[in-house]
Design a protein around this ligand. Structure first.
Ligand SMILES: [Zn+2]
Length: 196
């Protein structure tokens, strides 16, 4: 089932998600619905807050994105990220490198808004799976960026918080429209960065 995506600046996007206490049938259904919703909008990530649920839960899938490389390591070994997609973030804990990379980023809750955002080059992730097991991995490239973007959503933090003054200025009009409940015209999808 495709769910409605919450747009900026709905207050739910500023709420910190509560911990998942138990893997339930409802969570499995939510997971399937969020993946379907994300794919229907050509996104690579979607957080619970973006469909109006205040949970420590997000979905990611970078399959088929060729123009922006994703990197992944499991047990310190480099792996093919596509073998592990989709990735669910359930009560995730992350730690990122001090060194940053700045690349274009978009968000499904901010149509028409794009900016260069600095993110840790590589990030360590510990999460639960739908089997209730702990899954640890490291991520870089687009996958690393998506993990950090989704993790921020789960804390009520948004990518506009990380924009420099230049990016804020460039996106001022689109952000003003969103605040008025108007969807700004979207940029050519081929030119815009993957949305999370
Ligand atoms: Zn987002």
């Amino acid at each position: 089932m495709i769910l409605e995506i919450v747009m900026y600046d709905h207050p739910v996007l500023r709420q910190k998600g509560t911990k998942i206490r138990e893997i339930t049938k409802e969570l499995r259904k939510l997971s399937a619905d969020m993946l379907e919703t994300m794919r229907a909008h050509n996104g690579v990530g979607l957080a619970a807050q973006q469909i109006g649920q205040v949970l420590q839960f997000a979905v990611i899938d970078v399959t088929g994105i060729k123009e922006r490389e994703s990197r992944m390591w499991v047990d310190g070994k480099s792996v093919n990220p596509e073998d592990y997609m989709p990735i669910l973030l359930i009560n995730p804990v992350i730690s990122g490198t001090k060194s940053k990379v700045t690349e274009g980023e978009g968000c499904l809750s901010f149509p028409g808004v794009y900016a260069e955002i600095p993110r840790s080059q590589r990030v360590k992730v510990s999460t639960l799976t739908l089997d209730g097991k702990t899954f640890e991995f490291e991520a870089g490239g687009l996958l690393g960026r998506a993990v950090q973007h989704e993790y921020d959503h789960l804390q009520g933090k948004l990518f506009i918080d990380l924009m420099n003054s230049e990016a804020r200025k460039a996106n001022r009009e689109a952000l003003d429209l969103l605040r008025q409940g108007i969807t700004p015209p979207s940029v050519d999808e081929k030119k815009s960065p993957p949305q999370t």
